[in-house]
Design a protein around this ligand. Structure first.
Ligand SMILES: NC(=O)c1ccc[n+]([C@@H]2O[C@H](COP(=O)([O-])OP(=O)(O)OC[C@H]3O[C@@H](n4cnc5c(N)ncnc54)[C@H](O)[C@@H]3O)[C@@H](O)[C@H]2O)c1
Length: 242
C-alpha cells in the first residue's frame, strides 16, 4: 500500500522542478496523478514515463480549470489532492516594477491558486474530503527585497490558505501552505546568482533538492497529516530561524 494509494492527485506546474518531483513521488506512492502545465512536451514526456495523465492547463484560465475538473471526476470518480505549485519568479524592486509585470506575477501565482482552490473544493467535498497544498515561499513569510511582486503574491497565497482552510475544515477539506527556501530547480537557476552565494547564510549550508519539498507535499497530501490545516510548513534549511 502506498501512502497515497488510489488517491486522485492534480499537480499544477508539474512538467519540471518541484511539481515534477511531486508527480514522481505521488505516482510511486500509489496516487493517480494528473500532471498539468503549459510546457506540454516536458509534461507529456513525464506522464508517458510514469503512466500518468498530462493535460495543458494555464492556471490563469478559469474555463480550463472547470473542464479539467469535470474530466478528472468523470475518469477517476473524484479528486483527493490538489497541489497548487505553478508559479513564476520576477526580480525587481518596488520602484522598478512595471505594472504589467506585477499583474502577471499576481495572475499566475495568486489568481491561479484561487481558481484552483475554488474549482477543486466542490469536487473534494462531493467525494468526502481532500487536501489542498499551496506552494508559497519563504518570501511569503518575510520581506523579500528585490522581488516585490513575487513576495506580494506569495503572502497572498499564505493568506488565502488560511481563509480557505477555515471555510472548508468542517467539509473535510484541509488546506496548508508550503514555504520553501532555496530549491534546486530551473527557477533557482533564473536568479542568476551562484548557489554558494545564496546559501552562505543558510544554517544547513546548502540548497535543497526538489525531492525534499516533494516529501513535505506527500505528508500534507496523505492522511498522515489528518490534523493539520491552515498551517505553514517551512522547508528552508533553517533560514527563517535566523
Ligand atoms: N525554486 C525555488 O527556490 C523556490 C523557492 C520558493 C518557492 N518556490 C515556488 O515553488 C513552485 C515551483 O517552482 P519550481 O522551483 O519548481 O520552479 P520551475 O520554474 O521549475 O517550475 C514552475 C512550473 O510552473 C509552470 N508554470 C508557469 N506559469 C504557468 C502557468 N501560467 N500555468 C501553469 N503552469 C505554469 C512552469 O512551466 C514550470 O513547469 C513555484 O510556485 C515557486 O514560486 C520555488
Amino acid at each position: 500500500m502506498g501512502r497515497l494509494q488510489d488517491k486522485v492527485c492534480l499537480i499544477t506546474g508539474g512538467a519540471r522542478g518541484q511539481g515534477a518531483a511531486e508527480a514522481r513521488l505521488f505516482h510511486a506512492e500509489g496516487g493517480k496523478v494528473w500532471i498539468t502545465d503549459v510546457l506540454d512536451p516536458e509534461g507529456q514526456a513525464l506522464a508517458d514515463e510514469l503512466g500518468a495523465q498530462y493535460r495543458h492547463l494555464d492556471v490563469r484560465e478559469e474555463d480550463a480549470w472547470g473542464s479539467l475538473l469535470l474530466e478528472i471526476v468523470e475518469a477517476d470518480g473524484g479528486l483527493d489532492v490538489l497541489i497548487n505549485n505553478a508559479g513564476i519568479f520576477r526580480s525587481n524592486r518596488l520602484v522598478d516594477t512595471p505594472t504589467d509585470e506585477f499583474q502577471l506575477v499576481m495572475d499566475i501565482n495568486c489568481t491561479g491558486v484561487f481558481l484552483g482552490m475554488r474549482t477543486a473544493a466542490p469536487a473534494m467535498i462531493a467525494s468526502g474530503g481532500g487536501s489542498i497544498v499551496n506552494i508559497s515561499s519563504l518570501a511569503g513569510l518575510r520581506g523579500s527585497a528585490g522581488a516585490l511582486a513575487y513576495g506580494t503574491s506569495k503572502w497572498a497565497v499564505r493568506g488565502m490558505t488560511k481563509a480557505a482552510s477555515v471555510e472548508l475544515a468542517r467539509k473535510g477539506v484541509r488546506v496548508n501552505s508550503i514555504h520553501p527556501g532555496l530549491i534546486e530547480t530551473p527557477m533557482a537557476d533564473e536568479l542568476g546568482v551562484s548557489p554558494e552565494r545564496l546559501t552562505r547564510r543558510t544554517p544547513l549550508g546548502r540548497i535543497a533538492s526538489a525531492d525534499e519539498v516533494a516529501n513535505m507535499a506527500l505528508f500534507l497530501s496523505s492522511d498522515e497529516s489528518s490534523y493539520s490545516t491552515g498551517s505553514e510548513f517551512i522547508i528552508d534549511g533553517g533560514l527563517n530561524a535566523l
